[in-house]
Design a protein around this ligand. Structure first.
Ligand SMILES: CC(C)(COP(=O)(O)OP(=O)(O)OC[C@H]1O[C@@H](n2cnc3c(N)ncnc32)[C@H](O)[C@@H]1OP(=O)(O)O)[C@@H](O)C(=O)NCCC(=O)NCCS
Length: 176
């Protein structure tokens, strides 16, 4: 019922709608005009950037976006994550469900769990998966806890990204 397919440029209009929605924009404050989407996601679509970006499908309905990357591919972020106590090689994931009618109904944990399972298979050498989340984003960190993630850090993350502004948590889960 839950599936992931690679993001393509034909998804930009829908992605823009999702990023505009209030429940997403607060936590994902990225510009989402066509040029910004192309600049941000075009390289991943063309496999020039190592982040893999997917559309989440529920019974074939596109409901959100989810992405993963090797932390080591982004040295500044790796430094920030290490200063938060993550010492093992790790994969980072980020996610959103864009459809407001699906929020707060337990879908997020199912999506994240399915994606985590696929990600272990994609990166067989990596022992840990991490997510940075603002402390105020209870929706997100509760969803992670329901998937078995554990809180490994609480505090300010050394990052310029606006989505890391304010007190954050870092959550981790380990290869079963
Ligand atoms: C984060 C997200 C994927 C979670 O998915 P979800 O399907 O909403 O998750 P759940 O239904 O399991 O709800 C998670 C928690 O949020 C709580 N919640 C529901 N409505 C809420 C609200 N208005 N404010 C705060 N928490 C709320 C739920 O009660 C649940 O906590 P509980 O288990 O203690 O009851 C989804 O909310 C989302 O995409 N949000 C916008 C983008 C985002 O924040 N991305 C993450 C950036 S780190």
């Amino acid at each position: 019922m839950i599936a992931f397919r690679p993001l393509c440029r034909g998804d930009f209009a829908l992605l823009s709608v999702w990023l505009e929605r209030e429940h997403v924009a607060r936590w994902w404050p990225d510009p989402h005009d066509p040029a910004s989407l192309e600049a941000h996601y075009g390289p991943s679509i063309d496999a020039l950037d190592p982040t893999e970006v997917f559309v989440t499908l529920v019974e074939d309905r596109p409901v959100g976006m989810i992405q993963r990357y090797l932390v080591a591919d982004y040295p500044e972020w790796e430094r920030a994550v290490r200063s938060a106590g993550v010492t093992e090689p790790a994969v980072g994931i980020d996610y959103l469900i864009g459809e407001p009618d699906l929020i707060g109904r337990g879908l997020g944990p199912r999506v994240i769990s399915a994606f985590v399972a696929e990600t272990w298979a994609r990166y067989p050498e990596v022992p840990q998966l991490v997510v940075a989340v603002q402390q105020e984003n209870r929706h997100s960190w509760r969803a992670l806890e329901k998937c078995g993630f554990e809180r490994v850090f609480a505090g300010m993350i050394d990052s310029d990204d606006p989505s890391d502004a304010g007190p954050s948590f870092v959550y981790g889960t380990w290869r079963p």
